[in-house]
Design a binder for this molecule. Sequence first.
Ligand SMILES: *[C@@H]1O[C@H](CO)[C@@H](O)[C@H](O)[C@H]1NC(C)=O
Ligand SMILES: *[C@@H]1O[C@H](CO)[C@@H](O)[C@H](O)[C@H]1NC(C)=O
Ligand SMILES: *[C@@H]1O[C@H](CO)[C@@H](O)[C@H](O)[C@H]1NC(C)=O
Ligand SMILES: *[C@@H]1O[C@H](CO)[C@@H](O)[C@H](O)[C@H]1NC(C)=O
Ligand SMILES: [Zn+2]
Length: 507
Amino acid sequence: MGCCRKTSRWEYPGRRSLLTAVIVICGALVTFLGETNAAAIPTSTLEFRHHSNEEIPDILASIHGRCPNITRIYTLRERSVRGLPLYVMEFSTTPGYHKIYRPEFKYIANMHGNEVLGRELLLHVASYLCERYLAGDHDMQKLINLTRIHLLPSMNPDGWQVSTDTGGTDYLIGRTNNNSVDLNRNFPDLDRIMFSNEEVHINHNNHLLEQVERLQEPIQPETKAVMRLIMQVPFVLSANLHGGDLVANYPYDASRSGATTEYTESPDDQTFRHLALAYATNHKNMANPKRRGCGDDGYNFGKQGGITNGAAWYSVQGGMQDFNYLSSNDFEITLELGCDKYPPASALQEEWENNRNALIQYMWQAHIGVKGRVRDAVSGQPLSNTVIHVKNVTAGRNDDILHDVTSVHDGDYWRLLTPGHYVITASRDGYHPLSHRVIVYDRPHEEAQRVDFHLQPLPQLMPSANGDSKSDTEYEEAYEETVRNNIVNNLRKKWLLNAYKHAITSN
Ligand SMILES: *[C@@H]1O[C@H](CO)[C@@H](O)[C@H](O)[C@H]1NC(C)=O
Ligand SMILES: *[C@@H]1O[C@H](CO)[C@@H](O)[C@H](O)[C@H]1NC(C)=O
Ligand SMILES: *[C@@H]1O[C@H](CO)[C@@H](O)[C@H](O)[C@H]1NC(C)=O
Ligand SMILES: *[C@@H]1O[C@H](CO)[C@@H](O)[C@H](O)[C@H]1NC(C)=O
Ligand SMILES: [Zn+2]
């Protein structure tokens, strides 16, 4: 039976029961194929216990064995300091490929080695997605059909080992990587660059890696690996799973003034609050105003809906969350999944039930707002690196949202937005900017609405005897106009890549 070939070491329950489990699974699949009753497939359950670093690839391999058509396992380019691979499991109907119009999503867990719940939750997410897909769950099939999902259960397997070997009880032991570096302080500090830009009234706050000139400290291999992932995959939405409190934390993490605690709004504050609430309100306890806070006299974030602005809680520099937002098109929040950083195995099942719906509903948020494709109106060529700028014109407002995104390889783009009325403008060197007015509705579990752009090339880009397009005054004027309109376009991919190379080799 093909279905059993890769189900080699599912859960280490001992050889005999393992064999039984495999037989039951295959038996059920045969029944399923015979009766075409999708709901008849039982869930192949992943045990609720802590899984070692060596077990992670085996678990992912068995899931891939069950769902070969919609999964892929890959490792990031760099390994941990102690040489362990960083495994990612991808779910999509085109494993290994970005598909046009399809948003990319990621969950990363266990960046702090001693915060381990997210790691187990992501293994369960992987198992759950596969099993529900096989069971014919319409909603889950639709999610996988429409989204490319990446799950990195452990970004810091070395720290996990240290924490586990010392009993998993200490608030700090195992938090860092093996070079004693806190990975969530190790990303290039783009907040500082963005705030400096603000001080001189430059509203440029996206794709900022090109402006990095020096680093506070050497970039660790685990950080480098994730930076590369962020630069390579056009993520739209993500979350970073931590522990130690129970709250969904959103940008900015670094305070504007440098104060320890200060609400520091990003231009997408409304959208980020919506995203954080999507997690908190779908979690069993996070948004509960009556639950206890963490620690002896800990504040209960449930009183504010289970969410917090990062810097309003405490200011963090060099974190992964803001790095995503300021270096790429990605929107990321940070999830604190519980008071206990290393919950006992006996608590894991309940924690999975507490988080399951939130984990799924949050993935659906990759489909809010608008998406589309930008093309040359004459040649039909897709136009990557087009700047997508949004103005909020809801109820007579006229507010620029000062955080642009860019179209990617196939000219496709995504712009997460809350419901409202917007003017979306696409602009690119050598083309007339074009605006579309749209109404964004709240449409749960539906694809984002499509807003495509066909940009008219400026005349000098048409085939001509004299190839020097830059000297053309019409081009210059349009360019000036674009700049005047506050739509800054310095996002050429080559610069970005060079800056990135510089950033990761300069240690
Ligand atoms: C995977 O795809 C192949 C070819 O389309 C199909 O025959 C097979 O049943 C699929 N397997 C699963 C587990 O969905
Ligand atoms: C998912 O995509 C497959 C293949 O295109 C299609 O057969 C199926 O109906 C889709 N399912 C849902 C729920 O959208
Ligand atoms: C590095 O790893 C080794 C082996 O697990 C461990 O003994 C040592 O304490 C670790 N160092 C740090 C700083 O985590
Ligand atoms: C646009 O404005 C409306 C009305 O104030 C608000 O509800 C919505 O969240 C805003 N959208 C964004 C993305 O900030
Ligand atoms: Zn943490």
